[in-house]
Ligand binder design. Structure first.
Ligand code: PLP
Ligand code: TYF
Length: 398
């Protein structure tokens, strides 16, 4: 039976890591997958996470199944982390949160819930968006369409074009927005622009579906959740898919959460029962380990402080690297003004190179990035900046 199945290409982002690992050039630089690395090129377990894990190892006395909604206690804590304390929608009993296997799990479960509630709904995604949004949402059977977002010429959001497209979206469709640190462009909505998106959503009746995979990597935990908090305050229904892979460094533990804001608490109860029925049909219940660690950290003032300091260090390192890359690049060539890289936020920016140039960087310099010239800034190191800048200069000149 399986002879009918053709061989498929590897994940274009994760496949790049394999190619990088196999490269024997000692000068190689990995700007591919969005994994935070320190200046030694390592992704260590965060100290707050290691401390929470040690505590958990001493305290855990059972591996019995956990609750279908996830590790008890963690849902309230992660809802507060996303929405803040005393959010009006939470106080009104309108939010239901479940833990999911990573942000990917949250996106997929949300898509299945939408499919149950309104199978004819279209999900509008930004041009461009994270490549995995397409299979994660599309494979649930929903139709996907695009709204204009990033303008490659000006290296910024084409907000008038975006608003114009949003104004034409039919009531009941969903608009996928990135809370902060837009993947792949690094270009984020300002507070004023979030307000305007909320106005149009109210006017048109579309439902915001927000992907928050980088809370704390842009400006800070509060600032990066401005959009979801605002939309959940102003609109009757909002979906929020959260990943803890980056901000807790829990990538392989598959820790994430899905919060849905419903019209009222009785719709919320029905909605939660549907969510649990969706997950029962997919994987029964989420992994507990990552959520338990997050729960321990968020319930300890000391560990929370330690975790936030580590997150601040990661964010500051990325913004420092952004600044240093601009300085290096602009000092040695005049062809392109790269200062947009310092204006953008989070893990990613586009260099603005074409595919041939990207392949040339990979082949001639062992510098790895996705074919659309997206670079993962955290993969840079200060001792490699000159090498990378010189390589880009020579590519631009050739
Ligand atoms: N959404 C975006 C925009 C991402 O970049 C990622 C990946 O890192 C995710 C969601 C899902 O993250 P994970 O499933 O690894 O938690
Ligand atoms: O865009 C990235 O690099 C991250 C990590 O299938 C990632 O979001 C990439 C591909 C993938 C899962 C996670």
């Amino acid at each position: 039976m399986f002879s009918s199945l053709p061989l498929l290409p590897a994940d274009p982002i994760l496949g790049l890591s394999v190619a990088y690992q196999q490269d024997t050039n000692p000068a190689k630089v990995d700007l591919g997958v969005g994994i935070y690395k320190n200046d030694a090129g390592e992704t260590p377990v965060m100290a707050a996470v290691a401390a929470a894990e040690a505590l958990r190892l001493r305290q855990e006395n059972s591996k019995a199944y956990t609750h279908p909604a996830g590790y008890p206690g963690a849902n309230a804590a992660v809802t507060r982390l996303a929405f803040g304390n005393n959010h009006p929608a939470a106080d009104a009993g309108r939010i239901r949160t479940i833990q999911t296997p990573g942000g990917c799990g949250a996106l997929r479960v949300a898509a299945e819930l939408i499919q149950r509630a309104r199978p004819s709904a279209t999900i509008w995604v930004s041009t461009p968006t994270w490549a995995n949004h397409i299979p994660l949402l599309g494979n649930a059977g929903l139709q996907l369409r695009e709204y204009p977002y990033y303008d490659y010429q000006s290296h910024s959001i084409d907000f008038p074009a975006m608003l114009d497209a949003l104004r034409k979206i039919p009531a009941g469709d969903l608009v996928l927005l990135h809370a902060a640190c837009h993947n792949p462009s690094g270009a984020d909505l300002s507070r004023e622009q979030w307000q305007q998106v909320a106005d149009v959503a109210l006017e048109r009746g579309f439902i915001p579906f927000i992907d928050m995979a980088y809370q704390g990597f842009g400006e800070g935990l509060e600032a990066d959740s401005y959009g979801p908090r605002l939309l959940a305050e102003r609109l009757p229904e909002v979906i929020l898919a959260v990943s803890f892979s980056k901000n807790f460094g829990l990538y392989r533990e598959r820790a994430g959460a899905l919060s849905v804001v419903f019209r009222d608490s009785s719709e919320a109860d029905a909605g939660l029962s549907q969510l649990l029925s969706v997950t029962r049909a997919l994987y029964s219940m989420p992994p507990a380990h990552g959520s338990a660690i997050i729960d321990i950290i968020l319930h300890s003032d000391e560990l929370t402080r330690q975790w936030q300091e580590e997150l601040d260090t990661m964010r500051n390192r990325i913004s420092g690297l952004r600044q240093n890359l601009v300085t290096s690049l602009n000092a040695i060539q005049q062809q392109v003004d790269f200062s947009f890289i310092a204006r953008e936020r989070g893990m990613f920016s586009f260099l603005g190179l074409n595919r041939d140039q990207v392949l040339q960087l990979r082949r001639d310099y062992s510098i790895y990035m996705t074919d659309n010239s997206r670079i993962s800034i955290a993969g840079l190191r200060n001792d490699k900046l000159d090498y990378v800048a010189q390589a880009i200069k020579s590519i631009l000149a050739s």
